[in-house]
Design a protein around this ligand. Structure first.
Ligand SMILES: C[S@@+](CC[C@H](N)C(=O)[O-])C[C@H]1O[C@@H](n2cnc3c(N)ncnc32)[C@H](O)[C@@H]1O
Length: 305
């Protein structure tokens, strides 16, 4: 039985997210830690609670039952948020939370094959009800594309060598699980340290779940879904996610209003950045919850239309 997921930067998240009464979105419900704290702190808040993982939804449904009909649940990826939001009535959002990445429950479940610390099937999906598992994808992918995935999503050194070794093992029927994959990577790199294996597993997980395309879709949809003054909080755990958040939400710098007033108005960015400096967990949180270590929190307020 895996441990409950510890919500990361909880106090800081609520500090930005709370905007009084209204409809909120938790796009990454997970174990419902941030969601239950928000509902407890804001008695007039209602919540659209989404996750692509059915097991997370089932677990959180029980945890959030005390909040009754203030919570609406939806099995949705980020790309499906427009439909989930419309089905929930489409009221403009007072706040939205994206706590990207994985929950401890997913990482610790050997059946998902997400961690090389356990032996499990080569799956890596967050939503096991749809899409192709890692093993199914490896059966179809070209070596050059796999090498690109490793470089682009994990900054993996020796990506071509590792891709070649993985596909050879896969075709020989020897990639029987996460341990076999970890051993294959270690042989190709001459190194079996977690620091070598982790970026490869991260890259494969991002690829299998098409994670960055979903992030892009959600960030492009947000401006139309937020009410004026509404706040979005993001928690990113690797540079690819954090870079996308910055690029998508920072928008263009404002132009000089005195020189070109009309153009400046047209260029005004949608979002006001509330976190000039990224917020990271303090030492205490990092030592009590090592999985919080790579977290980077950003918050943005929607400017009036
Ligand atoms: C870090 S956990 C969230 C933990 C949660 N904040 C809590 O306090 O328990 C991330 C969750 O987001 C979900 N998730 C990640 N990417 C997603 C996506 N593209 N669409 C929908 N859910 C996603 C995962 O399935 C996982 O349950």
């Amino acid at each position: 039985m895996s441990a409950r997921h510890e919500p990361v930067l909880l106090r800081e998240t609520l500090g930005f997210l709370r905007q009084g009464a209204g409809l909120y979105l938790d796009a990454t419900l997970g174990d419902g830690g941030h969601a239950s704290a928000l509902l407890a702190a804001e008695p007039a808040a209602r919540l659209l609670a989404c996750d692509r993982d059915l097991a997370a939804l089932e677990h959180s449904r029980a945890r959030l039952a005390p909040f009754g009909d203030r919570v609406m649940f939806a099995h949705a990826t980020f790309s499906e948020l427009p439909q989930a939001h419309a089905s929930a009535g489409g009221e403009l959002l007072a706040g939205a939370l994206f706590d990207f990445g994985l929950s401890s429950r997913q990482i610790d479940d050997p059946a998902r094959g997400i961690s090389f610390m356990h032996d499990g099937p080569l799956d890596l999906r967050m939503d096991v009800s749809r899409g192709a598992s890692l093993l199914e994808r490896l059966a179809l992918v070209e070596e050059a594309e796999l090498a690109h995935v490793l470089r682009a999503y994990g900054d993996v050194r020796g990506a071509s060598r590792i891709a070649r070794a993985m596909l050879a093992e896969c075709r020989a029927g020897r990639l029987t699980g996460t341990r076999a994959l970890a051993a294959c990577i270690a042989r190709a790199c001459g190194d079996d340290r977690p620091a070598t294996l982790a970026p490869v597993f991260q890259a494969l997980r991002i690829w299998v779940n098409d994670e960055l395309a979903h992030v892009d879709a959600a960030l492009a949809w947000l401006p139309q879904a937020m009410r004026d003054g509404g706040v979005v909080v993001t928690l990113a755990y690797h540079s690819g996610e954090d870079r996308r958040v910055k690029q998508a939400l920072r928008g263009q710098p404002q132009m000089d209003v005195r020189r070109r007033p009309a153009a400046a108005e047209a260029e005004l960015p949608v979002w006001e950045e509330l976190t000039r400096r990224v917020v990271v967990p303090g030492e205490e949180e990092q030592s009590s919850n090592p999985r919080s270590r790579s977290a980077r929190l950003r918050a943005f307020r929607r400017r009036p239309r």
